[in-house]
Design a protein. Sequence first.
Length: 221
Amino acid sequence: MTVDPADVAARLSDLRARLDRAGGGGIEIVAVTKGFGADAIRAAVAAGLDRVGENYVQELVAKHAEVGDLLHDRAVRVHMIGRLQTNKVRQLAGRVDCVETVDRAGLVDELSRRCPGMHVLVQVNATGEPDKGGCDPGDVGALVARASEAGLVVDGLMTVGPTTGGPEAARPGFRIVRELVDRFGLAVCSMGMSDDLEVAVQEGSTRVRVGSALFGARPPA
């Protein structure tokens, strides 16, 4: 399915209006291109976005080969936003600018070995759902310290809202993560997606990760 750049530009205008209404006019937007082709990345850049997020390493590597010119020109920065296995880390070197899903010591160690100086976010599981990635809120300080000592650049924290309950159900977890960002003096608070971004902005998000609100329904796998 081809992504129409004009549609993305129109959706981006609507998205920015939503963010403005929620009080997040200056917030960073990561365009989540999972499931779409490399043309979605080009359409996002054409609309004025400069960050894209990928969930799967194999998909990221394939698209990287098609949009290498944008990466070389620094027109787009690539964020890894999916759960990351340590044996996949080596494929990220030279292809990714930020890993937003650092949630355990072993991943910190492998990133520092394979991708020294990588910008990272520590992912926090603020909902307690066992199937979600992220460290326990009580482990954030130790993981931030370990990543920094290993030479990674810890920009901030990331979290994902609960699977059920609607946007309001995300508020308590978002509030916890914002408090942790402030406690540890970090800059980036990455939380909020297409369905719950208003709540995220109200609770202090500085970066949202948006797919369907920019590209429409994801193609069937």
